[in-house]
Design a protein around this ligand. Structure first.
Ligand SMILES: [Zn+2]
Ligand SMILES: [Zn+2]
Length: 235
């Protein structure tokens, strides 16, 4: 318990208590009584103006069994400072805790800023990744459509290829059949003594020089047949 003396306005020094309950320093109260008592037996409290006696009866003149009922008006007070000390210790401990908590708070604030920056970077990356995923999904969808169209076109081309192949096969069969029949006809015409065609006659009537040239350029008998092939058709 701590407090201030209302006379000297300082902490109590050797505190004493008067009957009204107010506390003063022992030297301050003695000086006050010496200067304030008018009759030398009583005086008033400097705080509440209550009258209190300043003399004590002489106990030696009184019987012993009444001594315990006689109490002096000014009594020494012993203040218990343990509570104050414990409170001061608690206050110091709390202040230390506050300091530590402030340091911890600053440290956590740094971590918080660091993780907040990391979270912002992560959020940016996530947004970019989402956009990239959307773009790739769109590309995938378009490529699937293109693949389906290409497959459809490929099947159409395959069908067309089959038709063309059939046409080519039919044409080659017709051609070979026709060629076989034509070659037979040519052979027959060459083997029999047919009259000389006007063209052959013209060739024989050419001068000797040109005939030699023609002979040199004249193909073998098999080629003659083929070269004559269109002539026989015209005939
Ligand atoms: Zn005092
Ligand atoms: Zn008082």
């Amino acid at each position: 318990m701590t407090g201030q003396c209302s006379i000297c306005l300082s902490d109590w020094k050797d505190p004493v208590c008067i009957p009204c309950g107010h506390l003063y320093c022992s030297p301050c109260l003695l000086d006050y009584i010496a200067s304030s008592s008018e009759d030398g037996y009583t005086t008033i409290c400097p705080t509440c103006r209550a009258v209190f006696p300043i003399v004590s009866p002489e106990l030696t003149c009184l019987p012993k069994h009444v001594h315990r009922y006689i109490t002096p008006s000014i009594r020494r007070v012993y203040l218990d400072n343990t509570a104050v000390q414990s409170l001061q210790q608690k206050l110091a401990t709390s202040q230390n805790q506050v300091k530590n908590l402030q340091k911890e708070s600053e440290r956590l604030m740094l971590f918080c800023e660091k993780y907040q920056n990391a979270a912002e970077v992560h959020a940016d990356g996530e947004a970019k990744a989402r956009l990239e995923i959307e773009r790739l999904t769109r590309l995938l969808r378009e490529s699937r459509v293109a693949t389906a169209e290409a497959a459809e076109q490929a099947s159409e081309w395959r069908e067309r290829h089959g038709e063309l192949k059939k046409q080519v096969e039919g044409a080659s069969k017709n051609h070979s059949r026709k060629r076989a029949s034509t070659s037979q006809l040519t052979d027959d015409s060459l083997s029999t003594s047919t009259p000389m065609t006007p063209r052959r006659r013209i060739i024989r009537d050419l001068p000797m020089r040109n005939k030699k040239k023609l002979k040199r350029a004249e193909p073998d008998s098999q080629n003659v047949r083929y070269s004559r092939f269109p002539l026989s058709d015209s005939e």
